[in-house]
Design a protein. Structure first.
Lengths: 352, 473
């Protein structure tokens, strides 16, 4: 037998054995999973029935009984609690928390310091839903963990709205890299106007431009009207992106006195800023904007014309008259076509 | 003279053996990387609720562009499926690319479309647009009717008409799962500055039951050809592309389901017309552009947003499809040939391009050469019989191992085939594909070189059965 044949034979035996083992593993795995799923489903239904009973007609000690009875099935119990905690509000939520406290909390407190990342993540995620101020010290420790755990921990902290947790969230936002900043913004968004003081403080800090852009976007998205004066300071910022976000935030805020600033931004050298200002002017719905918006219809930039057209449509009758005028003129074909399209679209959607 | 020919044959045989070893080792590495990728994705996924993404105010709106040419059989189901997706803000742009059947009429009738005076930016030159239709009852839907200019031209027309910063090119004969866009958009939310494109998994709808524009029951088709393709798709998407994505070397995001940043696509001139592999071509040119401009980027491949599509069930249609795909691959790689082995293009130039050129492009040619040499040896009676047989068995077992690993990936990721019987059937077809099916495809793909040399450009006719009838027999 030649060497090459020996190598091939051994390779073949190895590959064949490995493939066979893999096939057996696949089949066994599937059988086991199907069995486990059936068991899980059975237990889930049992727990679900009792939890529903608890929610609809709360009896004394029922929560404790459920916790005691199903403590040995933490995965199924966690799933039931997760599925219902998001759907319900008020007193019923307290019952579910009671089950968590008595059946799962102890395990969670142990797992939160587990060496395994997945386990720590899972536990932290549980805290996102069931956390209260007494758990905060445990979660603070996770702020030094890996980025993914840290973010989940911050998400959990956002459900404990104290001045300390808010300050910790913003501190993490300030120190973390720009790549995760957007995730912080999503967490902050959920906190609503409670973050106002922290945002004001951070607007005055030397943040990177990317983070500043996100903060201004956040102000508009919530919107935090009390920070109106603070963002006006950025209306002349040298960075185009920041001016765009200011224009957008002003549109969301709908503060009548922002009209002049928006006029100025509509005249910006960068067409992106101008287009956003046109959109915001439309949102403001003040008929004083009709001239600026009509001028916008003749911009060489498509987006500016588009937003100006839709802005005019939002002004109601006055805007429609201007759109008709632009449609009828013959000097600028592009403006006329845009006006025609906006008029047709608005009639279709009934937006006027 | 015979001695010289014999030496040449021996050298070629040696090259083929080395090639066999390299290609299989690389595929094995890719599958192993895919296992890590999928496990990592699955673990992280458990802790991020898609509902939360749905509620976020900062998600970017998406324009779905679906070019349609003679798709009267399946277009309505596909559009219904697209209109029922879960995503906060999106529009569906169906581009009727000069269909000669009732595609447009069916759309107008079903969705009560009205001609609109919509204006748009003609950023990319396309064949003339005859009309834009909107639906008062479905404001998300826009239908563009244009003169036939082939798929790339239709996609460009859709890009011109689209209004949102991200666009998703899909085939109009495909069905997206309800949460597919949410899952695809996640990388754009996590790293919005860097993520330029994302691809999802394509699965075969043959044998599945489709209702209200959604796959409601997954099953295996009765047609043997379609069964072979199920395994092929699992290997290609779960085994290959996820692994390549882990190596930051993905060059193909399927035209049937890919999400991209519109600004970058427009800066690259959109889809290149005149090519038949427009999906790969766009990704390659985008990578080239981003490297040249030194813009940091990432293309991601995500294992669970699923798009269902119909596979050919006749040899003729399958041959046309594979030949076209391979011609597309050759065209795209040749068009950007200067990137290959060029350090200026980073990992794209040093790994992705060489990998695709050596193993994907020339793979079938080398495989067919191997079959020819083997046949010549057999005819001459001059071959090492035990070696040939053992080597063939080795190739078969290696192929089966890769298939089993792909099934393992399927089990780890989506586990869409509910019955154990389905898994066993797929494995059996993994075994059977080594006899004739694999060789047939290699020949068809190798013929693409010949067709390119002859200047063949066409797509060839695709026969569609339509979704509604599938899986309900």
């Amino acid at each position: 037998m030649s060497i090459s044949l020996i190598i091939i034979t051994y390779s073949l035996i190895f590959l064949f054995s490995f493939s066979l083992a893999l096939f057996v593993y696949l089949i066994l795995r599937r059988v086991v999973i199907q069995h486990q799923e059936a068991l899980f489903e059975e237990r889930y239904q049992k727990i679900e029935t009792e939890v529903l009973e608890l929610i609809t007609s709360p009896q004394k000690n029922l929560a404790l009984e459920i916790a005691k009875r199903y403590k040995s099935y933490p995965q199924v119990l966690t799933k039931v609690l997760f599925d219902y905690i998001e759907q319900i509000k008020g007193e019923a939520k307290e019952h579910l928390k009671k089950i968590f406290d008595h059946a799962l909390k102890e395990k969670c407190l142990k797992d939160i310091y587990s060496r395994r990342l997945v386990r720590r993540l899972k536990t932290t995620h549980l805290f996102v839903v069931f956390s209260d101020s007494s758990e905060a010290p445990h979660i603070f420790k996770l702020l030094n963990d890996k980025p993914i755990v840290k973010l989940v921990a911050i998400n959990a902290l956002s459900r404990i709205p104290s001045s300390r947790t808010l300050s910790l969230i913003f501190q993490a936002f300030e120190n973390d890299s720009v790549s995760t900043a957007r995730t912080y913004i999503n967490i902050m968004y959920g906190l609503g106007d409670r973050i106002e003081a922290q945002v004001r403080k951070h607007l005055k800090m030397p943040l990177s431009e990317e983070k500043l852009v996100l903060l201004i976007e956040l102000i508009g998205a919530i919107p935090l009207r009390s920070l109106y004066q603070d963002i006006l300071l950025f209306a002349d910022h040298h960075e185009k992106e920041i001016r765009i976000k200011v224009a957008r935030a002003l549109g969301h805020m709908r503060i009548p006195s922002s009209l002049d600033i928006l006029f100025r931004l509509a005249d910006d050298d960068a067409w992106e800023v101008s287009a956003q200002a046109m959109k915001s002017l439309g949102k403001l719905g003040d008929v004083q904007a009709k001239e600026v918006l009509s001028e916008g219809m003749f911009s060489p930039f498509w987006h500016v014309r588009f937003n100006a057209g839709h802005g005019l449509a939002k002004l109601g009758e006055t805007g429609f008259k201007h759109l008709q005028k632009v449609k009828k003129q013959k000097k600028d074909r592009y403006a006329s076509e845009m006006a025609n399209m906006v008029l047709n679209e608005t009639i279709y959607s009934g937006g006027a | 003279m015979t001695g010289i020919i014999d030496s040449i044959f021996q050298i070629i045989t040696g090259i083929i053996l080395v090639y066999f070893f390299l290609i299989n080792s690389l595929y094995l590495v890719l599958v192993i990387l895919s296992i890590f990728g999928i496990v990592q994705y699955r673990n992280m996924n458990t802790y991020v609720s898609f509902k939360e993404i749905f509620q976020m105010p900062l998600v970017k709106p998406i324009s779905i562009i679906a070019p349609a040419y003679n798709e009267e059989m399946g277009i309505i189901e596909s559009v219904k499926s697209l209109l029922s997706l879960e995503y906060p803000f999106y529009e569906v742009i169906v581009v009727n690319d000069g269909s000669t059947d009732h595609t447009l009429e069916n759309l107008i009738k079903t969705f009560d479309l009205k001609k609109s005076s919509r204006v748009f930016r003609r950023v990319i030159e396309t064949k003339p647009i005859k009309g834009i239709y909107v639906s008062p009852s479905n404001p998300k839907l826009v239908v563009v009717d244009k003169v036939n200019g082939k798929k790339a031209d239709a996609l460009n027309a859709g890009l011109n008409v689209s209004r949102y910063p991200l666009f998703c090119g899909i085939d109009s004969d495909s069905i997206l799962e309800k949460d597919a866009l949410l899952k695809m958009a996640r990388p754009f939310l996590e790293a919005p500055e860097k993520t330029v494109g994302a691809g999802g998994i394509i699965r075969l709808s043959n044998g599945c039951q489709v209702k209200f524009g959604q796959v409601i029951k997954v099953g295996l088709p009765r047609n043997a050809l379609a069964r072979f393709q199920i395994l092929e798709y699992l290997r290609a998407f779960l085994g290959g592309r996820i692994g390549l994505s882990m190596l930051k070397s993905i060059l193909i995001i399927s035209g049937a389901f890919g999400l991209f940043r519109k600004d970058i696509a427009l800066q690259c001139g959109g889809y290149r017309t005149g090519t038949i592999g427009e999906d790969m071509d766009l990704v390659v040119r985008m990578r080239k552009y981003l490297h040249e401009k030194k813009i940091p980027f990432v293309f991601r491949f995500i294992p669970d947003p699923i798009c269902w599509t119909e596979a050919p069930e006749t040899l003729q249609t399958l041959a046309r499809q594979r030949n076209r795909w391979h011609r597309g691959l050759i065209e795209s790689l040749s068009h950007s040939a200067k990137m290959t082995f060029n350090p200026r293009y980073g990992i794209t130039g040093l790994f992705a391009m060489p990998f695709y050129v050596i193993f994907e492009m020339f793979g079938p040619l080398i495989e067919v050469t191997g079959y020819i040499i083997f046949t010549v040896y057999v005819l001459l009676g001059d071959f090492n019989q035990p070696f040939a047989i053992w080597f063939f068995l080795l190739a078969v077992v290696f192929g089966i191992l890769l298939s089993l690993l792909a099934i393992l990936l399927e089990e780890y990721s989506a586990r869409r085939y509910p019955r154990l019987k389905d898994i066993i059937t797929i494995v059996i077809f993994g075994l059977l594909e080594n006899v004739l099916y694999r060789q047939y495809l290699a020949v068809i793909r190798a013929m693409a070189f010949l067709d390119i040399a002859k200047g063949k450009k066409g797509w060839g006719k695709m026969e569609r059965k339509g979704f509604s009838l599938e899986g309900q027999k």
